[in-house]
Write a protein that binds this ligand. Sequence first.
Ligand code: ASP
Ligand code: MG
Length: 597
Amino acid sequence: MSLLVQKFGGTSVADSNKILAAARRAIQAHHRGEQVLVVVSARGHTTDELIALAREITDRPPAREMDMLLATGEQVSVALMAMAIESLGVPAISFTGAQIGLVTDSFHTKARIKNISNDRMTQALAEGKIVIVAGFQGMDENYNITTLGRGGSDTTAVALAAVLGASACEIYTDVDGVYTTDPRIVPEAGKIDRISYDEMLELASLGAGVMHSRSIEFAKKYGVPIHVRSSFSDAPGTWIVGEQDARRLGVAVTGAALAKDEARITILGVPDRPGVVHLLFQTIARANIVVDMIVQNVATDGATEVSFTVARGDLAETLRAAAAAANEIGALGVTHDAAVAKVSVIGLGMRTHTGVATAMFEAIAAAGINIQMITTSEIKITVLVDRAAAVGALRAVHKAFLLDEVHARPQLTFFPAGSTTGAMKLVPLADPDANGPREQGMEDLVIAGVELDETQGRITLYDVPDRPGYAARVFQAIADAGVFVDMIVQNVSQDGQCVLSFTAPRDAVNRAVEAITPIAGGQISIEPAMAKLSVIGVGMRTHTGVATRMFGALADRSININLINTSEIRINVGTDVAKGKEGLDCLRKVFALNHES
Ligand code: ASP
Ligand code: MG
């Protein structure tokens, strides 16, 4: 008998009618002959109200008591849901997180799941009951109630689907799926029929976050197919699945996203020697700041600039840490821009298509918008632009990739649940983040792998004018020459000029140089062969310190980092080709990957 997990979010259980409607859905699946496990969130705005209530009492509620309080929201929902199902004639039983032995670590209000004992759930399911479990909560080893962080019910649902071997995890919510971009910003946005875990992870922190990104990390780790759909309709929503199931022929770009509230910090005159960026990011990580985009271009005259972005709200604190770090490494100074935004396009199809970068840069140029910074991953291109221009850039890009015509594209038919393949080989490791070491558990940081690519060379253009259209022209010329570009790195300009680097297959480096020589204003330098080292993993964004650890390992071997770019799920660095193997070896060691990857 197959098992289905259904999760109902706060809006889907906001009042008694909605609870009854959700109950009917669970019963429908039960009548189809499935075992049904329901996970519910707190009703409506209950969690917010409970937080406000605590704040009326004190500004600094103890985290343990906060969890005790917040967990009540979900406890109300499970009881009402069980009553609703029983009243409709099907046996049901509700459980709190603690009652199903959902054990977490002791980091109150942001606990991580360590393990779940499924005996009680399995038994109730075998008795023909619909089992209802409170989302978002668990207990630590000392029976203290914990919660998993805001939005954590998604993670509970996916974790239960994983341990019980469910055929799928349905997420019922107030939207009918994942959109090509945020429809509140771009009304032409369309629903995506299926998307891979990696694409979803790359989208999640960019404001397209329909789901808690830890739940996607979890689903990827355990290969759980997720179906995000509306609680108010029967229309199919969006499937979040493994790469094999998500791939759509002929489609290069799946979605576009905007992160509006970014701030950019640049460390000027960073000495070009091993260990320096490590020191820098170690200082930032110690201040408990989550760094997003990191960009470092090749050095000129023994020094380079390192830029990174953080949430706008973290700017003041980051500037303090950055100033201290700049001083320690002997850098020249720190600049920042509090008014920037990040625009990205995401797509599995980028791996096999050329010209995505060109099309993106062209669309932005045509809208008259300047690109301040560029970073890429295999499935994503991100640019940093002025915040005031960001929505315009997003719309332009969305249109350029025909994302507004998603409905006109052939819609793929539904794939059989449970057919998800390609769960990667994952090796969990302990996460020595700034809060001190966490122990190993189901949810620990997983580095999927480290990679060495020795097939590429680097081309760098200097004195690139800092105005719209330049990047578009360069990459148009490259695409016309039939050269496939991998990493693109552009840092912010100094004195109106930028340095733009990109990597391409070694045998295409000369062709690329020929193609851009007529349009490059200034000097061009090449590194005919380089090593690209990458750390790839789920959990990179919700864990601090991955970059620090990567840079630290390279520093310990005195391997100089020439180039850095990042995305949500990877950090790429360019180093001397002669150091590639040694670099790979030390990264495998530091991330405890002993297998040949
Ligand atoms: N009720 C919790 C929150 O509002 C958990 C959830 O809804 O996923 O964050
Ligand atoms: Mg939610």
